[in-house]
Design a protein around this ligand. Structure first.
Ligand code: GLA
Length: 361
């Protein structure tokens, strides 16, 4: 059995696939995958939350699943990545996924499923890889098999997470590190349960706009541009493309400033950077929604909140808040009540703690 945690994107919004830096926290909610060998060569997938089993005859070349079985594209994508990188696919198995990580909340349940599957498959087939390779394989599963052009953030944080720390990723290499979290830091997540119908398309569009900006600026990736150079080249870019680039370039600078603030134990300064990140998402990257904006406004008005921002891709999903220990269930309930009054739906409120990264159990 293997376990892999979900993650909070702490700061570094859409910086990963632009070669920038990002900070994330692995959380105390996870996906577990249990596997047992079968001698008939079949791969049988079950999930605690889903009725029925999905069976794949492993001897045949497998392909992306549609409909109700599409959740197995994550473990199947991992196996596809194994074979592309010279690892053996596991022989027959029964597979069971369990989770206490809400899906669709922007907490990366899909990356957690990939990491837990990969560790379980490696163990079942008596193979080992370095952690960097594990994380890269899982990103490859998502990019090439599932078909989402995500960066390394979700898989990297789930793989390199450490309790009471944030994971720092320099995404170009990529290089992974941890930054201690001041003990007074607390996290809350407010999941709106909203997801824009076109969210995958929007993500791909933002990805394309960023690559277009880099090409027009004559650099491989936006991480190669400084704020000053971007401002000087503004006339070269269509206004929308400039706004996307400015968000990414400023956000990379905010990640660096956040690391400095955290190392100095200055949670208030870190919080201001989080709220600035959200403002940039709202105005420049345009990946926020009225629901997310409302939560950020409500939260940042509370004296116990250092800062709040949308966490993850955007276009729905969740807001995270960095708070003092004095922010408790009563304060969270006030924010949720104000949200319910305005949007006639109840947000899911999750008090989060950091937790360790993916591991065999
Ligand atoms: C999603 C992706 C990540 C990252 C974030 C935005 O979570 O999976 O790779 O791009 O969006 O920062």
């Amino acid at each position: 059995m293997a376990r892999a945690p979900g993650r909070i994107e702490f700061i570094g919004n859409h910086t990963d696939y632009n070669g920038g830096t990002v900070l994330g926290a692995s959380i105390d909610r996870s996906v577990w995958v249990a596997v047992a060998p079968r001698d008939d060569g079949q791969w049988r997938f079950g999930s605690e939350g889903k009725a029925g089993l999905v069976t794949v005859a492993s001897a045949t070349t497998f392909s992306r699943q549609g409909g109700g079985g599409s959740w197995i594209n994550y473990p199947l994508g991992v196996i596809a990545a194994f074979t592309k990188t010279g690892l053996r696919a596991p022989a027959g198995f029964d597979f069971l996924a369990m989770s206490d990580l809400p899906s669709g909340a922007g907490l990366s349940s899909s990356a957690a499923l990939e990491l837990a599957s990969a560790l379980a498959f490696l163990s079942l087939s008596a193979q080992e890889v370095p952690r960097e390779t594990l994380v890269r394989l899982c990103r490859q599963a998502e990019n090439e098999f599932v078909g989402v052009p995500c960066g390394i953030l979700d898989q990297g944080v789930s793989g390199f997470g450490r309790k009471d720390h944030l994971v720092f990723i320099d995404c170009r290499a990529p290089r992974f590190d941890t930054v201690p979290l001041p003990t007074a830091a607390r996290f809350w997540v407010f999941n709106t349960h909203t997801k824009h119908a076109l969210v995958d398309g929007f993500y791909a569009t933002r990805h394309r706009e960023c690559m277009e900006a880099a090409a027009l600026l004559g650099v491989p990736l936006l991480a190669d541009v400084t704020t000053a150079a971007l401002e000087a080249a503004q006339a070269k870019l269509p206004p929308v493309v400039f706004r996307r680039a400015k968000h990414v370039v400023d956000e990379i600078a905010r990640v660096e400033a956040t690391v400095i603030a955290l190392r100095a134990g200055d949670l208030a300064a870190a919080g201001r950077l989080l709220t600035a990140s959200h403002r940039s998402s709202r105005l420049l990257f345009e990946n926020s929604t009225p629901e997310l904006d409302f939560l950020v406004d409500q939260l940042s008005a509370a004296p116990q909140v250092h800062g709040a921002r949308l966490s993850g891709g955007g276009f729905g999903g969740a807001v995270m808040a960095l708070t003092t220990p004095e922010f408790g269930a009563a304060q969270a309930a006030d924010v949720a009540a104000a949200y319910t009054q305005k949007f006639r739906s109840r947000p899911e409120v999750l008090r989060m703690q950091t937790g360790d990264g993916a591991a065999l159990q």
